[in-house]
Design a protein around this ligand. Structure first.
Ligand code: BYC
Length: 314
């Protein structure tokens, strides 16, 4: 027993020394159970967010206002599906199967980002998602490129490249609408009014109310805290809004002397309601995923059958 404890202490010290030296932890390396569990939870939730996040945008593929905008939207949504796949694969290196991740999602045991439980009511919402939701996501993901777990970090490098295109295409939609008719300008303002606060909530609770942050920062899973990232996001986004004539819906926003901003109070009751399954679209999103997953079973079975046949013939 004593030998086992000494051995574990030695392994933990080696693990932490690697992290402090910025050496990535790889799947076959020893890691504390808590580190593995945190990653399984965060990475699978991240993967689910990418895949569930396809739904609010998918709603507008048939109604995109031009062939160009339809092609861009289709490509973007496909990218999100791809991000989900990289992330599920990276999370599987921690010893949990993709089937298990999906089952946890369907049973309500795994979360996905709160922001995808809001509806997309008009075309400007597609602009707002790209600009604000992808903009918030990329702020977090740039930081996660330096996460201590190798497969997660490498998935983030690739995802960030695509995400920056997503952010720009969303901003372009908003900018075009602000150059358009008064009705189009109103639609754009209405979209930012509805998406601003959910985008700020994506970063999670304030640091003082975030139970997971302290260990995640110690082991460099998270490199910046929820509040630090949220501040980065508002500081870059508010000037982008001003350039095209949009206003963020925050009457208590403070402009600091150094040009940075302090946002007003976030409605945390709304956040926890949405996280707890009671947002406007939670039920719809999960039901849709469940049904499509069930209907798509034959595709997975055929792929496995093809793979077995192909391998046997080699
Ligand atoms: N929504 O202690 P905390 C995309 C939960 S998709 C729901 O701060 P942590 C895109 C949290 O899980 C990219 N739940 O936790 C796709 C925890 O509950 P559990 C989305 C949230 O993990 C398609 C509890 O609250 N990005 O770009 O240290 C179209 C306490 O929180 C949320 C990611 O998924 C939330 N917003 O920090 C367009 C990023 N916030 O699990 C775009 C990856 C908190 O203990 N994830 N909770 O029951 C992360 O970076 C971190 O997990 C978080 C939370 C910052 C979200």
């Amino acid at each position: 027993m004593l030998t086992q404890t000494i051995n574990e202490e030695k392994l933990l010290a080696e693990f932490e020394a690697k992290i402090n030296a910025e050496i990535k932890i790889e799947p076959k390396d020893w890691m504390p159970d808590e580190y593995r569990k945190h990653l399984i939870r965060q990475m699978s939730q991240h993967a689910h967010s990418e895949v569930i996040g396809m739904q609010p945008e998918g709603n507008w593929i048939t109604r995109a206002p031009s062939l160009r905008s339809k092609k861009i939207l289709l490509a973007k949504i496909q990218d999100e599906g791809g991000h989900g796949l990289y992330l599920y694969s990276a999370a599987e290196t921690l010893g949990v199967s993709r089937d298990q991740f999906i089952q946890w999602l369907h049973e309500g045991k795994a979360k996905y980002s709160s922001v995808f439980n809001y509806p997309t009511l008009n075309w400007a919402d597609i602009g707002a998602i790209g600009w604000l939701v992808d903009g918030a996501a990329i702020t977090n993901q740039v930081s996660l490129q330096r996460t201590s777990y190798g497969p997660y970090s490498r998935a983030m490098v690739r995802i960030c490249k695509e995400e920056s295109f997503h952010q720009r295409q969303g901003y372009e939609i908003m900018w075009r609408m602000m150059e358009g008719t008064v009705d189009q300008q109103k639609m754009a303002q209405d979209a930012i009014d509805r998406w601003w606060w959910p985008a700020l909530m994506m970063f999670g609770p304030h640091d003082t109310d975030s139970p997971r942050t302290s260990l995640a920062m110690k082991w460099r899973i998270k490199r910046e805290s929820n509040d630090q990232l949220r501040e980065k996001f508002i500081n870059k986004t508010i000037s982008q809004a001003e350039i095209i004539g949009l206003k963020v819906p925050d009457p208590n926003l403070i402009r600091n002397e150094d040009g940075t901003f302090k946002h007003g109070d976030i409605n945390w009751d709304e956040f926890w309601q949405v996280v707890g399954g009671n947002g406007p679209c939670n039920q719809q999103r999960l039901e849709h995923h469940f049904n499509v997953h069930k209907e798509g079973a034959w595709v997975r079975e055929s792929a496995i059958a093809y793979n077995i046949k192909h391998t046997n013939n080699q």
